[in-house]
Write a protein that binds this ligand. Structure first.
Ligand code: MN
Length: 264
């Protein structure tokens, strides 16, 4: 399969190397990734400066690789729109250093790179390692081959992706695979105020995830019990059960416009 690999930790991160080289053992792999860390940049696009792509030789066995001075979404868009001759059949993002669970997916550059692939019409997968230290990238990289195989065999509906979180364990320590829903990952966000050399206050966003009890079917709980978590995600954010109710609220924009105009 022709696979595009990207990430948000940057092209020099160990996670993308493990992922690209593992997939390249069986597939035609192209890497297009940010030239520096762009974690938590969400789905941002670069509109006000040019994008530059520079070929690199950092990965064994891949068919091509570029570093880009943009965001994860920029990288995937540029790969589809300019760098690759033929569109990839699968987009894989990661392996992120740290989990992307529950509400993390909204902020995650890792998930956004995969999401961009899904928007552009390819099946897509985001991989995150659920730890910031003691990093077993090889476990997740090896599992990526199984995932690529499944995507090839099975039909993934259009505009969808799989968000996969792998516990940072040696393969023999894993407690299996679980298909999950997104949990709620709250953070006790703390802005730590400091004072600069001119006496002005500035802030660092710090804080820790609030590890509360969750429904057993969530990604948070799967990873907590040593299981690989797979959550299917789609792009359509419409809340269908609320369509009729919001309709019933009654909307009279015309009256209000007239009233406001008169007062003005
Ligand atoms: Mn990251």
């Amino acid at each position: 399969m022709r696979i595009l690999v990207s990430n948000d930790d940057g092209i020099f991160a160990p996670g993308i190397k493990a992922l690209a080289e593992s997939l390249a053992r069986e597939h035609e792999v192209y890497v297009v990734a940010p030239d520096r860390e762009r974690s938590a940049t969400g789905h941002a696009l670069t509109l006000h400066k040019p994008l530059r792509a520079e070929e690199v030789t950092l990965f064994e066995g891949v068919a091509g690789s570029w570093q880009v001075n943009g965001t994860p979404s920029d990288c995937v868009k540029l790969a589809f729109g300019a760098l690759l001759d033929t569109a990839p059949q699968l987009v894989v993002s990661g392996i992120n250093r740290g989990p992307n669970l529950g509400t993390d997916v909204i902020y995650s550059g890792t998930v956004s790179a995969a999401l961009e692939g899904a928007i552009l019409g390819a099946p897509a997968v985001a991989f995150s390692l659920a730890s910031f230290d003691d990093l077993h990238y090889a476990t997740a990289a090896h599992f990526a081959l199984e995932v690529a195989e499944k995507v090839r065999e099975q039909h993934m509906p259009s505009r969808t992706l799989l968000n996969i979180n792998v516990p940072s364990l040696a393969p023999e320590g894993l407690q299996g695979v679980r298909v999950t829903k997104l949990g709620i990952r709250k953070y006790n966000d703390v802005f730590e105020p400091r004072v600069d050399m001119r006496g002005k206050t500035y802030y660092w966003l710090a804080g820790e995830p609030d590890e509360q009890e969750e429904h057993p079917d969530t990604d948070v709980m799967a990873v907590r019990s040593g299981q690989i978590s797979i959550t299917p995600i789609h792009i359509d954010l419409t809340l269908y059960p609320l369509l009729d109710e919001v309709e019933r609220w009654g909307w009279t924009v015309q009256d209000k416009v007239v009233e406001t105009t008169r007062k003005g």
